[in-house]
Design a binder for this molecule. Structure first.
Ligand code: SF4
Ligand code: SF4
Length: 125
C-alpha cells in the first residue's frame, strides 16, 4: 500500500483553486509558479484549469484513480495544503469524499491508512 493520493488526484479536478496574489512566485520566492496561474479578481489568482468547468488543474499529472502527482508539490498553493485526505488525520474530509465519489472511487476509511502501521514504515512507533 502507499499513500492513497498517489493513485487518486480527484480533488484536483473538482474545485476552483483560488488564493491571494501574494502567494505567487512573482512576489514570494518559492511561491506558486506565476505562469500556471490566472487572475480571478483584484486580490486573488487561481490555478489555470480551475476557473471554469470542466476543472482540471494545469499542475496535475494524473490518470485519476491510477496514478497522480502534483507537479508543483513543494510550491502548491495554501488551499491545496488545507485539503486533507479522509481519515489521514483522524476525521473524514467532505472535499475528498465528494471528489472521489464523482470519479467512482470509494471514500477512504481508517483502513486506507493501515499501511502506516507496518513495522518497516518510517512513521511506525
Ligand atoms: S480526493 Fe482525497 S485521496 Fe484523492 S487526491 Fe484528493 S485528498 Fe487525496
Ligand atoms: S496545485 Fe497541485 S495540489 Fe493544487 S490543485 Fe493543482 S495539482 Fe492539485
Amino acid at each position: 500500500m502507499s499513500h492513497p493520493c498517489m493513485t487518486c488526484g480527484a480533488c484536483c479536478t473538482q474545485y476552483r483553486v483560488a488564493f491571494h496574489w501574494m502567494e505567487s512566485d512573482e512576489v514570494t520566492p518559492g511561491g506558486v509558479p506565476h505562469q500556471l496561474t490566472e487572475p480571478l479578481d483584484p486580490h486573488r489568482l487561481c490555478m489555470r484549469g480551475t476557473l471554469s468547468k470542466p476543472v482540471r488543474c494545469v499542475a496535475l499529472d494524473a490518470e485519476i484513480g491510477v496514478y497522480s502527482r502534483c507537479s508543483i508539490h513543494p510550491n502548491r498553493p495554501s488551499v491545496c495544503r488545507e485539503v486533507d485526505a479522509s481519515w489521514e488525520f483522524g476525521k473524514a474530509s467532505p472535499q475528498c469524499d465528494k471528489a472521489r465519489a464523482i470519479h467512482g472511487l470509494p471514500a477512504l476509511s481508517l483502513e486506507s491508512w493501515a499501511w502506516r502501521d507496518a513495522p518497516d514504515h518510517p512513521d511506525a512507533a
